[in-house]
Design a protein around this ligand. Structure first.
Ligand code: IPD
Ligand code: CA
Ligand code: CA
Length: 257
């Protein structure tokens, strides 16, 4: 595992450097679809991450947002070179590099690096989660009434705005507040370190949540789909909480599905 961790660290660090330098240059946006943005930096950072991994582990599988997948090995790297591309394109410093490593379908190591705020979230299965080297834990807020939640809206949000806003409204009535940061990986890490008490989102991709899910789990979070079954990073329902408010959130979500 040592070589895996070193590789993951190097990839995060170098990709973060690419993001940090690029934010001071003009940022040209291209559109994968009207609401899905990509920049030269996403591609450049992803290319560098893959190069670093391939050099050390040429046979491993890779699932990367901008260049697709290669499945041939039970060891798999899940890469989001810029999570929060829309924020990055607007120079909002809520964007990060997210890399998760899975072996035989089990997440083993995950790292999320926000080079703009210098926050390095890290977890290894069974060994806890940390932020800049210090152990992190989920919050202890016992009820929704005292909670701050976070969410995100999927790419079909213009077609299904009313549907997604129903969840927002229901939680708005029951909590201290709701935030929408624009980076699923950071949303998960912020639950992990107790800044948020709960997070729900529809239709994420595995590269958005692989690393963050491990970091949250290792920090003591409860992770499920909207029926309460264990969360699947390949599925399309994400509910991650401090554990204490999980059933309260589930109850509200279930009624609205
Ligand atoms: C997006 C962000 C956003 C989430 C979207 C993701 P990207 O990733 O994580 O918070 O709501 O579903 O696609 O495109 O910035 O890598
Ligand atoms: Ca993403
Ligand atoms: Ca991305």
């Amino acid at each position: 595992m040592r070589k895996i961790k070193q590789t993951l660290e190097k990839a995060l660090m170098e990709a973060g450097g690419i993001l940090k330098r690029a934010v001071h240059q003009p940022i040209k946006v291209h559109y994968k679809s009207p609401l899905s943005l990509v920049t030269k930096t996403d591609k450049e950072a992803e290319r560098r991450i893959i190069e670093i991994i391939r050099k050390r582990f040429p046979k491993h599988s890779i699932l990367a947002e901008e260049s697709g997948k290669s499945y041939r090995h039970t060891c798999k790297w899940m890469i989001d070179p810029v999570d929060g591309t829309t924020n990055f394109a607007h120079r909002l410093p809520l964007a990060c590099v997210s890399i998760g490593f899975e072996e035989d379908g089990i997440l083993k190591v995950g790292g999320v690096w926000n080079p703009f705020l210098s926050e390095w979230f890290w977890a290894e299965r069974g060994k806890g989660a940390s932020l800049n080297g210090k152990r992190i834990r989920v919050s202890t807020n016992p009820t929704l009434r005292e909670s701050l939640l976070v969410t995100g809206f999927p790419y079909d949000r213009r077609k299904r705005a009313d549907y997604y806003l129903r969840f927002m409204k229901a939680f708005m009535m029951k909590t201290q507040g709701i935030r929408r940061l624009g980076s699923a990986a950071l949303d998960l890490c912020y639950v992990a370190c107790g800044r948020f008490d709960g997070y729900w989102e529809f239709k994420l991709n595995p590269w958005d949540q692989a690393a963050g899910a491990l970091i949250a789990r290792e920090a003591g979070a409860a992770l499920s789909d909207f029926s309460g079954r264990p969360m699947d990073i390949y599925g399309n329902q994400t509910l991650v909480t401090n554990g204490k408010i999980h059933s309260e959130m589930l109850k509200i979500i279930r009624k609205l599905l």
